[in-house]
Design a protein around this ligand. Structure first.
Ligand SMILES: Cc1cc2nc3c(=O)[nH]c(=O)nc-3n(C[C@H](O)[C@H](O)[C@H](O)COP(=O)(O)OP(=O)(O)OC[C@H]3O[C@@H](n4cnc5c(N)ncnc54)[C@H](O)[C@@H]3O)c2cc1C
Length: 306
């Protein structure tokens, strides 16, 4: 299975495969399971129904590794619009961004300048920006930029830490010290053994260790997983340690384990759904396919026949 995951991730930037998904209607159907639509209007429609079910939303305009600085500036404008739209529709403005969409490949200062107007807008509307964590080539720069931004906008910005990275316990401690909000995930990229645990058991053990650190000492941590064993472990720890249910939240992806999302809400936990939208869905979609054997097999069969 690990092999299939690596193979799927390896074609993530292959334009031939990308074209196949655009042209094949069954494959498009699978895309729409994970992506809320091409436009902000469609994403707002999905968000309203999630909101009506008692869950919170974070909106992600899909896109990463832009080719020009102008594209980064466009992304800034689009994100400011999303924050204002959420506010206007009575939702708590909350977005997830990727620094490579804001020009990180052109330099830290480019990304910094692109994100500051978004944080200013977030301050105006009492909103929150989560900086997604990308591949390990970007981890240190992302942490560094995040910390500089957190100094300026402590209420507006949070980060993501990946339990598959060997370095993550130190990063969690850095975040705890500065009372920064962390979303804990397993990690979605293909990483070498030099920087990342490869065995599922080690990634899960580290998730539990970091989760307990964050539940004990963190600032409103987000536990972002669909893994039933990790969710059980979180619920057990919270119960044993009498951790208030409003001091953290669970997060899941749009289109994944909706039944469990509802169960957690019914049990009194906070749940935020990550709602991606936009036309640049291909790399995000590929990572979702790589995570699930059934999805991966479906896609490989289609590719073979088509
Ligand atoms: C809110 C949120 C934000 C995220 N942000 C980031 C980020 O910034 N950086 C990053 O590297 N990663 C991010 N991720 C992805 C994360 O790193 C994992 O790749 C992803 O969540 C799958 O891991 P898992 O913990 O759900 O466990 P897994 O062991 O992968 O899955 C456990 C079970 O969940 C179900 N499941 C999981 N994925 C799928 C799927 N795609 N389709 C159908 N069922 C599925 C299956 O039943 C599976 O058996 C994010 C995840 C979430 C939920």
């Amino acid at each position: 299975m690990q092999f299939m995951r690596q193979a799927i991730l390896a074609v993530a930037d292959n334009r031939h495969v990308s074209g196949f998904f655009q042209a094949n209607s069954m494959a498009r159907g699978l895309v729409s399971r994970f992506v809320a639509g091409d436009t902000l209007d469609e994403a707002m429609t999905a968000s309203r129904s999630i909101d009506a079910e008692g869950m919170a939303v974070t909106l992600d305009l899909l896109g990463e590794n832009v080719d020009t600085e102008q594209q980064a500036r466009n992304a800034t404008g689009a994100y400011v619009e999303i924050l204002n739209r959420m506010k206007a529709e009575g939702m708590s403005p909350n977005i997830s961004i990727k620094l490579t969409m804001l020009g990180l490949d052109f330099g830290d200062d480019v990304a910094h300048d692109a994100i500051v107007p978004i944080l200013e807008a977030a301050r105006e509307v009492d909103g929150f920006i989560r900086i997604d964590m990308e591949g390990s080539d970007y981890t240190e720069r992302t942490m560094h930029l995040f910390e500089a931004l957190h100094d300026l906008y402590p209420e507006q910005v949070g980060i993501v830490i990946q339990s598959y990275l060997r370095r993550s316990e130190r990063d969690v401690q850095r975040c705890i010290e500065r009372k920064a909000r962390v979303r804990l995930v397993k990690g979605a990229y293909a990483e070498p053994p030099s920087v990342a645990f490869q065995e599922r058991s080690k990634i899960d053990e580290n998730f539990v260790r970091l989760m307990e650190l964050l539940l004990d000492n963190g600032a409103f941590p987000a536990l972002a997983t669909h893994d039933p064993a990790l969710i059980r472990s979180a619920r057990g720890y919270v119960g044993r340690m009498r951790i208030p249910l409003d001091s953290f939240e669970f997060q899941m992806l749009y289109g994944v384990r909706r039944d469990e999302q509802q169960r957690l809400i019914d049990a009194g936990f906070g749940m935020r759904v990550y709602v991606p939208f936009g036309t640049e869905w291909y790399p995000y979609f590929t990572r979702r396919i790589a995570e699930r054997p059934a999805n991966a097999l479906f896609v490989l069969r289609q590719l073979k026949g088509g």
